[in-house]
Design a binder for this molecule. Structure first.
Ligand code: ADP
Ligand code: ADP
Ligand code: ZN
Length: 214
C-alpha cells in the first residue's frame, strides 16, 4: 500500500504517518524530515534548503524531486510507503507520476487532511521537535512528560526555525498559492480522499483506516 499524505503545515501529516508506520509497517518518506537532517549535518544540500525553509518558502522543485527520486530508487518498501509532504506542487505531482511509472510503483491512496488555518497556527506555535530523534510534541495537544525533554530518547526539544510567527504566515501563503492547486488536480482525477483533520489524533487515524478499508 503506497499512500500520499497531503495537508497544510501542521495538519497532522507527520503524526498520522507515524501511526501508519507502527501499525502497518509502511515506510515514511518525509521531505521536510530529509531536509532537516541535511540542515543538521550542514551538508551542501542542507545549506541550500535552509535558505528557503527558514523564510517559509518551498525548496525548488528540481532539488526536491531529486531527493525523492533517490529515496524511492532504493526500493526498500516491503509493505509500501507514505509520502509525507510530497508532492507540494503540480510539477512535483507530475514528476512523481513519471517516477512511479519508471520504478513500477502504484499510488493506492491520496489523503488530504483538512484543518482550518486558525487551528493550524495554534498547532504550529505549540509544536516542539526532538533534536536527536525527530519525535514531535505539542505544548498543548501532546506535551512531553518532562518539559523540554523527549519521552523517547531524552533529547532536547526545540522549536523549528520556520515556526516563528512570520515564517508561519508565509508558509500558509505558500501553501495556498502552490500546494492548494494540487487538491483540485487530484480531485479532478478522482483520486482525492478528504479527511477532517480537526479531530483528536486517534479519531483522524480511525477515519484514515476507514477510507483505506484496512
Ligand atoms: P510541515 O510539517 O509544516 O508541513 P514539512 O516538515 O513537511 O512542513 O516541511 C518543512 C519545509 O521543508 C517546508 O516548509 C518547505 O520549505 C520544505 N519542504 C518540505 N517538503 C517539500 C516539498 N515537497 N517541496 C518543496 N519544499 C518542501
Ligand atoms: P504536519 O506534519 O502536517 O506539519 P504534525 O503531525 O507535525 O503536522 O502536527 C503539527 C502539530 O500539531 C504537532 O505539534 C502535533 O503534535 C499537533 N497535532 C497533530 N495532530 C493533531 C490533532 N489531531 N489535534 C491536535 N494537535 C495535533
Ligand atoms: Zn527524541
Amino acid at each position: 500500500m503506497n499512500i500520499i499524505l497531503m495537508g497544510p503545515p501542521g495538519a497532522g501529516k507527520g503524526t498520522q504517518a507515524e501511526k501508519l508506520v507502527s501499525k502497518y509497517g509502511l515506510v515514511q518518506i518525509s521531505t521536510g524530515d530529509m531536509f532537516r537532517k541535511e540542515m543538521k549535518e550542514d551538508s551542501k544540500l542542507g545549506v541550500i534548503a535552509k535558505f528557503f525553509i527558514q523564510y517559509g518558502h518551498l525548496v525548488p522543485d528540481d532539488i526536491t524531486i531529486d531527493i525523492v527520486r533517490e529515496r524511492l530508487s532504493k526500493n526498500d518498501f516491503p509493505n509500501g510507503f507514505i509520502l509525507d509532504g510530497f508532492p507540494r506542487t503540480v510539477v512535483q505531482a507530475r514528476s512523481l507520476e513519471s517516477l512511479c511509472k519508471e520504478l513500477g510503483f502504484k499510488i493506492d491512496a491520496i489523503i488530504n487532511l483538512d484543518v482550518d488555518f486558525d487551528k493550524l497556527i495554534k498547532r504550529l506555535s505549540g509544536r516542539r521537535v526532538c533534536r536527536e530523534c525527530g519525535a514531535t510534541y505539542n505544548l498543548e495537544f501532546k506535551p512531553s512528560k518532562k518539559p523540554g525533554i523527549c519521552d523517547i530518547c531524552g533529547g532536547e526539544l526545540y522549536q523549528r526555525i520556520d515556526e516563528s510567527e512570520d515564517a508561519v504566515k508565509i508558509r500558509l501563503q505558500t501553501y495556498t498559492r502552490q500546494t492548494r492547486p494540487l487538491i483540485d488536480y487530484y480531485t479532478m482525477k478522482g483520486q482525492l480522499i478528504n479527511i477532517n483533520g480537526d479531530q483528536s489524533m486517534d479519531d483522524v487515524f480511525k477515519d484514515i483506516e476507514k477510507c483505506l478499508g484496512v
